[in-house]
Structure formats: C-alpha cells, structure tokens
Design a protein around this ligand. Structure first.
Ligand code: SAM
Length: 287
C-alpha cells in the first residue's frame, strides 16, 4: 500500500503596510489554496477583501492555539487540502507564530513551501546604510527595563549590527537603555512605518536618540525597527573621531579627512562627513 502524501503547506509573507507589495505568486497561492491559517482573521480582512477571498476560507492560528491548530492542519493536509500560513504582516515565524505549525507538518512528513516576501528587519537593513556585511536579528527585547538591560549586556560585545523590533510605547525607554548598555557613540538607525504613508528612516548617535524621539510626538508613533551598529564599528568610529579631532586642530577639514583615512582605512568621504559633524557639534557646544 502506498503511503498517502500530505498536500503542501505554503508559508506566505504578506505586506508590511502597502498592499502593492503583494507578489503575483503570493496572490496566486492565497487565492488557490483550500484554506488559510491566519494569525488574526480580523486583521486579514482588508487583505482578503483586496484579493476577493471569502472570509470563511480562513481560520485563526495564533500564539495561544498554535499547538492544537497544528494537529488540525496536519489532518486537513492529510485529507488532500492545500493550505497557506500567514501572519498579521511580514513573514510568518519571524517574531510571529508559525514555527510550531511548520515543525509539526514536517514531522508528519508534509512538504512546507516558503514564499519570499516582506520582512520588516530585512527591509530596514536594506536602507540602513550600515556598511557591516553581517547582522544579528534579535527581534523584541524584554518589555521591562531591568530584563531589557540584562539582555543588552549579553549583546554588548557582539561585533556586528543588531536588529531589534520595538513597540511605539516602549521605543523611547528602549533606546535609552541601549545607549546606557551599548554605548552612546554607536549609530542607531530608526526605521519607522516602513512602506506606509509616514515612513521615516533616520540615523543618529544612540546617545542622541531619546531626545530626538521626545522632541516630536509624531516620531514615537507607528511600528519600529531599530538597528544598532556593532561593537567593532563603534570602536572604530570612536577611534576615528579621536584621530579626526586631533587633526582638525592642526589642519583644514579635507586634509584632516584624507590623513585620517590613510591612518584608519575608513573611506575618506565617510570621514569628511564625520569631520563636518564633529565641527558643527563643537560649534553648538557652549564653551
Ligand atoms: N513577521 C513580521 C516581519 O516579518 O517583519 C514581524 C512581526 S512582529 C509581531 C511586529 C514588529 O515588526 C513590529 O512591532 C515592528 O517592530 C516590526 N514591523 C512590522 N511592520 C513594520 C513596519 N511597517 N515598519 C517598521 N517596523 C515594522
């Protein structure tokens, strides 16, 4: 007797905010599968309306019922029904439910077919301008400051960029803790409301981030990815600043940037921008 194969489970990323980001393949799969397991069925209503998918094709698969729903999914796949797994936005199982369902389907001998697509961390990294070739995706830090600081201490020496997700009501407290534990010199890239109307991507020293957020309530609204440069980059930047400050006392900006580039191996243009920033900060500081 031949063993009955399970129908495939598709893992389908959905737009972070802009429905135009839905790919043709995502659209086809969501339209063609027999059912859709969604993190929040109400949240997906807009997407389903857009795709003209009837609401009754969908059932809830969230963090609190994931284990039980995984069993139900295996039964339906065994019956030959294909299905798709989606979360509220972005890629399922990335700081979202989905991993348990995928593991259960694979354990049952099923085929899981992932589609590429929107992910806030990757979207933010692509526009961060941080030159580091490596980065660590951390996701959400603990909500309480004490535990958050402990988690950050464990990341202090990590030499590459760190990528965090954060909720709007915690973003100010989080960047303040990051500045204390990781150091004020590091570069922070705030990527807010990606793909949406009020999208904003802003880079600044971590030590200035709290004041920048507090200067305008609008800056604290929406969804955030926070990217912090790694310990190695922070050390290099601090060293480059030290060299630039010394050279700027003795020579014009362009010459200082050229010499500092020869000493540090950091691109001359980067150091020229840095030198201008140091000079303007010096002018703003009351003597
Ligand atoms: N699975 C999603 C993904 O692939 O990115 C992440 C889901 S997680 C529950 C939600 C968090 O992702 C938000 O709190 C925020 O940190 C980040 N995020 C989601 N959409 C975003 C957006 N449009 N702009 C910035 N960050 C976003």
């Amino acid at each position: 007797m031949t063993e009955k194969r399970l129908a495939p489970l598709y893992v389908v990323p959905t737009p972070l905010g802009n429905l135009g980001d839905l790919s043709a393949r995502q659209r086809d799969i969501l339209t063609c599968v027999d059912w859709i397991a969604a993190e929040d069925t109400r949240h997906c209503a807009l997407l389903f309306q857009h795709l003209k998918i009837p609401g009754n094709k969908c059932f809830a698969a969230h963090a609190h019922n994931e284990q039980a729903i995984a069993e139900r999914i295996v039964v339906r796949l065994s019956a030959g029904e294909s299905g798709a797994l989606i979360s509220d936005a972005g890629t399922p199982a990335i700081s979202d439910p989905g991993a348990r369902i995928v593991a259960r389907v694979r354990a049952a001998g099923g085929v899981v077919i992932p589609l590429p697509g929107p992910c806030a961390a990757v979207t933010a990294i692509s526009a961060s301008g941080l030159p580091d070739a490596h980065w660590l995706f951390y996701g959400f830090l603990p909500p309480k400051s004490g535990q958050r600081r402990t988690a950050l201490v464990a990341l202090q020496a990590f030499p590459h960029a760190l990528v965090f997700y954060e909720a709007p009501h915690r973003v100010t407290a989080s960047v303040a803790d990051m500045a204390v534990i990781l150091g004020e010199q590091r570069t922070l890239v705030l990527a807010r409301e990606l793909t949406k109307r009020f999208e904003q991507i802003h880079a600044l020293p971590l030590g200035e981030a709290r004041a920048w957020l507090e200067a305008d309530a609008q800056r604290q609204k929406g969804e955030f990815v926070l990217i912090v440069s790694g310990a190695r980059v922070a050390r290099e930047t601090a060293e480059a600043d030290r060299i630039l400050r010394l050279l700027l006392e003795e020579m014009p900006t362009k010459q200082a940037a050229r010499l500092a580039a020869a000493i540090t191996d950091i691109p001359r243009n980067t150091l020229y921008e840095r030198a201008l920033a140091l000079q303007s900060r010096k002018q703003q500081t009351p003597s």
